[in-house]
Design a protein around this ligand. Structure first.
Ligand SMILES: [Zn+2]
Length: 183
């Protein structure tokens, strides 16, 4: 997918991988481990969207992002003045970037794009829900784009176009808050 596979160079002197590449490899190993630890173990060839979703939920226990539940008095506050007992979760941006890396890794490891479980619609829906839920819980304003100069006479609709296709650039950009949500 990323080219560069034409000539088989000697593996001994492989260049140090980029941060993205090494992170991707770590993620891929973690996911493989997760599948092997299932009862019964799930072979990669049978990995479905549902396994990926379970994996994302499983990761939440290692999250570091406070996401207030709806009954919390700090619900919707970006900077609460005191601690609360709400759970820590994986931030949406992290999950989104993770899925992007795993999706690429799946195909680099021989998976067919048509069966790529990381590219499934259910994953997109899940991520979207997490994003909206976290934005509300943490008081992240949806509209925080600054340099939007509307053309004179342009209608007030859609100030930002949705990305037309989910390229890797898109995944990279999604890593940072604040996020522009669909209005
Ligand atoms: Zn709370």
């Amino acid at each position: 997918m990323s080219g560069g596979e034409g000539s088989s160079r000697s593996q001994e002197q492989a260049p140090t991988p980029s941060r993205y590449e090494s992170q991707k490899r770590r993620d891929w190993n973690t996911f493989g481990q997760y599948l092997r630890n299932q009862r019964p173990p799930v072979p990669l060839s049978q990995c479905k969207c549902s396994h990926v979703l379970d994996f994302l939920r499983y990761l939440d226990q290692f999250g570091k992002t406070k996401v207030h539940i709806q009954g919390c008095i700090f619900y919707g506050q970006p900077e609460p003045p005191a601690p609360c007992t709400c759970p820590l979760r994986q931030a949406w941006g992290s999950l989104d970037a993770l899925i992007g890396r795993l999706r690429a890794a799946y195909e680099e490891n021989g998976g067919a794009p048509e069966t790529n479980p990381f590219a499934g619609g259910l994953i997109r829906v899940y991520l979207k829900e997490v994003k909206e839920c976290q934005a509300k819980a943490r008081g992240i304003p949806h509209r925080k784009k600054k340099k939007k100069v509307p053309l004179p006479g342009s209608p007030a609709l859609s100030d930002v176009r949705a990305p037309q296709k989910r390229s890797e650039v898109f995944w990279d950009r999604c890593e940072a808050w604040p996020l522009k949500g669909p209005s």
